[in-house]
Write a protein that binds this ligand. Structure first.
Ligand code: ASP
Ligand code: MG
Length: 404
């Protein structure tokens, strides 16, 4: 029988009614002739509440203990889903990440999956018992409980699908798929029927919040087709697959925005080999994730380097830059937290010139100033003032005719 991995996010299991609806859908899927492995997130905002509780209790939260706390959220969901299945006469058994054989590295709060030992789940499926696995968690090589970072249940689902050889991985959420823009910003945004892994990676990396970036990387590397869909309407959603047929390939598929980053500029940097290397090595060693980088052409032997980092890592990045600046005779470190990145993503732009020009013209018509630019073969991103981000998304969506 074909195997489907079905992952249900926090809103999909937010209360007793939602959990019963999920169980009903799992039962139907089995009746239709598929084997199912279920992955669940914590109910509703449970993870946020647990984090807040930890902060209230102590300003010191050792990673090992925070992970132990947060994994409790998914345990609640998995047990309740199994009970709801029992009432429907479907045999089911819950598994923690550790029991499901999710082996990770030892980096608490953002562990990486090293290996999936899927024997127990395979045995369960073979015995006709639906495994319901706690998402977002694993066990480290040191036998400590770990978590995979926020949104990590998507990654659990894809990793299990890959290791169990599932036919598909269905990600159930509160939106009906991947859209041409965030429908809260652009009400006329269109649901995409199909996007490629490459496009989905760019969408996830530039602010599209439907799927965790890591899960898309995993799906691409292991060729797991994803189906992102709603657990409220149960209608077909968006397929994320290898390649979208050229005929159907849009020049631009989606417009995204991301307000989670801040911009740093180091001015008056001496223009000689090794300076940028020492800066970015220091940032890397502190675990700071650098995104866009721009360096100007130097005129008088010095240059400016600007780069963006997640706002949550800004404090660290500024400390490192301020520490380094005097050592390289640089003038100063400037910080701008009021920025947003607006991006166009589309596999078709590889072969269509003029996308960049149209984008810049559309922004210029609305007097939106571009602070930084970065591109990939299938993405163009502009850094703009945070206050202009939503407007920029709307005008770009219109300029590229993406309305439904
Ligand atoms: N419960 C975790 C979170 O809220 C993992 C997930 O939902 O994927 O981040
Ligand atoms: Mg979630």
């Amino acid at each position: 029988m074909p195997l489907a991995v079905q992952k249900f996010g926090g809103t999909s299991v937010a209360d007793a009614d939602r959990i019963r609806a999920v169980a009903d859908h799992i039962a139907r899927t089995r009746r239709a002739g598929d084997d199912v492995v279920v992955v669940v997130s914590a109910m509703g905002k449970t993870t946020d509440s647990l984090i807040r509780l930890a902060e209230d209790v102590s300003s010191v939260q050792p990673g090992r203990e925070l992970d132990m706390l947060l994994t409790a959220g998914e345990r609640i969901s998995m047990a309740l889903v199994c009970m709801a299945l029992a009432e429907l006469g479907v045999a089911a058994a819950s598994f923690t990440g550790s029991q499901a054989g999710i082996i990770t590295d030892t980096t608490h709060t953002k562990a990486k999956i090293l290996e999936v030992r899927g024997d127990r789940l395979r045995e369960s499926v073979a015995a006709g018992i639906v495994p319901v696995v706690a998402g977002f968690q694993g066990v480290s090589a040191n036998r400590d409980v770990t978590t995979l970072g926020r949104g990590g249940s998507d990654t659990t689902a894809v990793a299990l699908a890959a290791s169990l050889g599932a036919e598909r991985c269905e990600i159930y959420t509160d939106v009906s798929g991947v859209f041409s823009a965030d429908p809260r910003i652009v009400p006329t945004a269109r649901r995409l029927r199909q996007v490629s892994f490459e496009e989905m990676l760019e969408i996830a990396a530039t602010g599209g919040r439907v799927l965790a970036l890591r899960s898309v990387e995993f799906a691409r590397n292991h060729h797991v087709p994803l189906h992102v869909r709603s657990s409220f309407t149960w209608e077909p959603g968006t397929w994320v697959t290898e390649e979208v047929p050229t005929m159907e390939q849009a020049i631009v598929s989606a417009v995204t925005s991301d307000t989670s980053e801040a911009k740093l500029t180091i001015t008056g940097v001496p223009d000689r080999p090794g300076i940028a290397a020492s800066l970015f090595r220091a940032l890397a060693e502190a675990g700071v994730n650098v995104d866009m980088i721009v360096q100007n052409t130097s005129h008088d032997g010095t240059t400016d380097i600007s780069f963006t980092v997640p706002r949550t890592e800004l404090h660290e990045a500024v400390a490192i830059a301020r520490d380094l600046a005097p050592k390289i005779d640089s003038a100063s470190v400037l910080v701008d937290e009021n920025v947003a990145q607006v991006s166009l993503v589309g596999a078709g732009m590889k072969t269509h010139p003029g996308v960049t020009a149209t984008m810049f013209e559309a922004l210029a018509r609305e007097e939106i100033n571009i602070l930084m630019i970065s591109t990939s073969p299938i993405r163009i991103s502009c850094m703009v003032d945070a206050g202009a981000a939503d407007q920029a998304v709307r005008i770009l969506h219109a300029a590229f005719d993406l309305d439904g």
